[in-house]
Ligand binder design. Structure first.
Ligand SMILES: [Zn+2]
Ligand SMILES: [Zn+2]
Length: 94
């Protein structure tokens, strides 16, 4: 009976948004279809961090900015870090 209650609570929690089920299961980072920001793995400890994070949640090291953006030096348009040229004015941004 108590277990049932627990399950209900867990269910509620999960529906609240962020799933916090970090059990000992095989942690398979399933690639979501369209993640807002791809997860970033710490170069130092290998921890998985949200793409929006700048520093590792585990060791505090600066994370490689995979999902980050930069600005075009010419027109200040925000372009992804992977871009070589500005999509707006064509300036090289690398
Ligand atoms: Zn780390
Ligand atoms: Zn530009």
């Amino acid at each position: 009976m108590v277990d049932e209650l627990f399950e209900v609570f867990e269910d509620l929690f999960e529906r609240r948004g962020k799933k916090k089920k970090n059990k000992d299961r095989a942690e398979a980072p399933v690639e979501a279809k369209a993640p807002p920001a791809p997860p970033v793995f710490c170069m130092d400890c290998g921890a998985r961090n949200e793409g929006s994070q700048r520093f590792c949640q585990e060791c505090g090291k600066l994370l490689p900015s995979a999902g980050e953006e930069m600005r075009c030096p010419r027109c200040s348009t925000v372009v992804p870090l992977t871009a070589k040229f500005c999509g707006r004015c064509g300036s090289p941004v690398a």
